[in-house]
Design a binder for this molecule. Structure first.
Ligand code: BG6
Length: 507
């Protein structure tokens, strides 16, 4: 791997994302030999802080979140000499010139010269995305990208809060940056198991021929979290909700990777072209009212792993009469030749019984049912309905791929018993998987935007979910309550029960 020497600028360096994700990911990349020896990392924010204070703060969180090893004094000294902090107010015009001079001063200190390749990571509040890029532009730090000189701007979510605001932000940024300079993060795409979906589909000849309307009954995508609202996130979350926060981005991206056609070439543009086609063909699961195919829920006080936990409305910075959804489930269709008539059931929520993300493809039954099916606990068996084949991609935790099928239960009768065959990444590869942010930062440094969202993809995703948001807003609908520690409201169950299907319980 070619190690690029570039300067990494982190706007919003006092925030949680910098401490919990970005610096630990950079540390782990460095620790595994993926960062050039001369690469400076400069934190930028409004608070006043010295380099030493910044380094000390980051050491605490890196020690907690590193994946690779113990942060010894020796390793930390070697790594942290590349960490710098500069106080900047990007909204103040008077600070624009200071931005350039202070960055160049650090580069001269580290390398003896100005570095003309830079990554600007916007880990700020969304309202500061444009001001940050504008500050870079005013400071004459936005070159046209070339081999020798480039600026790549990484933008965190949320990219807009509906179709119109996403388009406005795209428009504003496009006045200052080319599309090849913008890297919109959806961290799910950086997860190893998410990248694996496409590689698995396209490198095995036994599964791909089955992934279509002739063989698949339906697909379930679950992104469940056991946590509630993390400290300090109540304000953000109450403006956002489960549909904007997770379904519009992470869940729809998972759907794209399962549903898309194989690209002609394995290149960023071709893959994103195919994903875009899927997003454009998304349609409601049922004609008629939105409530027939999209349901929302909000958790009330309950239990999480045996502990009493508060309801959403009791969380810090959440209004006591909030109507914001902490759970959403949808039945959607991908209206194309391959998937016509196959429902995709999507769900995501906070305070579910477990933290688990998975995609389960449920196949059709064989045409005739010739046997009885049993499920047994030791020697005690009971008759059950026949079980379909399932292919399950477990995204996290306990990353795996498993296959459910039926076998003859040994004995004197012709009885079928469902069994499971499992492939666990940890057992096969014996090492921890890289964190999503490691992979994504690495890709920005090497200029590979395959795992980032293009503006047309993002707009197509907003276009699909915005009518639902607008309808909920217009009718002032109240999400259905569900107890913390359960799998969501009863209307989510009803969404599948009406076609005699049911949600899997991930195990
Ligand atoms: C983020 C959301 O994008 O994804 C969070 O803003 C959510 O609310 C998180 O908790 C889930 O990510 P992961 O990687 O923990 O599944």
């Amino acid at each position: 791997i070619d190690l690029t020497t570039a300067t990494i600028l982190i706007f919003g360096a006092s925030g949680d994302l910098t401490a919990r994700k970005l610096i630990p990911a950079l540390y782990d990349l460095w620790s595994e030999g993926f960062l050039s020896a001369d690469l400076p990392i400069i934190g930028l924010a409004r608070r006043s802080k010295t380099d030493e204070q910044f380094r000390d703060e980051q050491r605490d969180t890196v020690s907690k979140f590193t994946r690779t090893d113990t942060v010894t004094d020796e390793k930390w000294t070697a790594f942290s000499k590349r960490l710098f902090y500069r106080e900047i107010d990007i909204t103040a015009e008077s600070d624009h010139a200071k931005l350039k001079t202070s960055i160049e001063a650090v580069e001269r200190e580290v390398l003896g010269d100005i570095i003309t390749k830079r990554v600007a990571y916007l880990a700020t509040a969304p309202s500061l995305f444009y001001p940050a890029v504008n500050a870079l532009s005013q400071a004459q730090m936005v070159p046209r990208n070339s081999e020798e000189e480039w600026l790549r701007v990484v933008i965190e979510k949320p990219f807009g809060h509906d179709l119109q605001s996403a388009q406005e932000l795209s428009q504003q940024l496009s006045e200052l940056l080319g599309e090849d300079q913008i890297y919109r993060i959806d961290h799910y795409l950086g997860k190893e198991t998410v990248q694996n979906i496409l590689l698995f589909r396209l490198s095995n000849s036994i599964f791909e021929p089955l992934l279509n309307r002739n063989h698949v009954d339906h697909v379930q995508i679950t992104v469940a979290e056991s946590q509630g609202i993390e400290h300090g996130r109540g304000g953000y979350y109450d403006r956002s909700g489960a549909l904007r926060d997770v379904l519009q981005n992470h869940v729809l991206q998972l759907l794209c990777l399962i549903a898309m056609e194989p690209p002609a070439l394995f290149s960023g543009e071709e893959i994103r072209d195919e994903k875009l086609k899927v997003l454009k063909t998304l349609s409601p699961g049922t004609k008629g009212d939105i409530s027939e195919w999209a349901v929302s829920g909000q958790y009330t006080a309950g239990q999480s792993f045996g502990q009493a936990v508060p309801g959403y409305r009791e969380e810090e910075r959440v209004p006591a009469d909030s109507h914001r959804e902490t759970f959403v489930a949808m039945e959607v269709m991908v209206e194309n030749w391959r998937w016509e008539g196959v429902p995709f059931y999507l769900r995501t929520g906070k305070r579910m019984p477990e933290r688990v993300s998975e995609i389960a493809i449920q196949f059709k039954h064989p045409p005739m049912n010739l046997f009885t099916t049993v499920e047994c606990d030791g020697d005690i068996c009971s008759l059950v309905e026949r079980k379909p084949n399932e292919l399950i991609f477990r995204i996290q935790p306990k990353e795996s791929i498993s296959m459910k099928f039926s076998t003859k239960r040994p004995g004197m009768q012709y009885q079928i018993q469902p069994v499971e065959m499992d492939f666990a990444f940890e057992d096969a590869y014996h090492k921890s998987l890289p964190e999503a942010y490691e992979r994504l930062l690495m890709d920005v440094l090497r200029g590979d935007s395959t795992l980032f969202t293009r503006s047309d993809e993002l707009e197509a995703a907003w276009k699909f979910v915005t009518p639902v948001l607008e309808e909920w807003e217009k009718t002032g609908q109240t999400p259905e309550p569900y107890y913390a520690g359960t799998w969501g409201p009863s209307s989510a169950m009803a969404l599948l029960n009406k076609s005699k299907r049911s949600w899997r319980t991930p195990s």
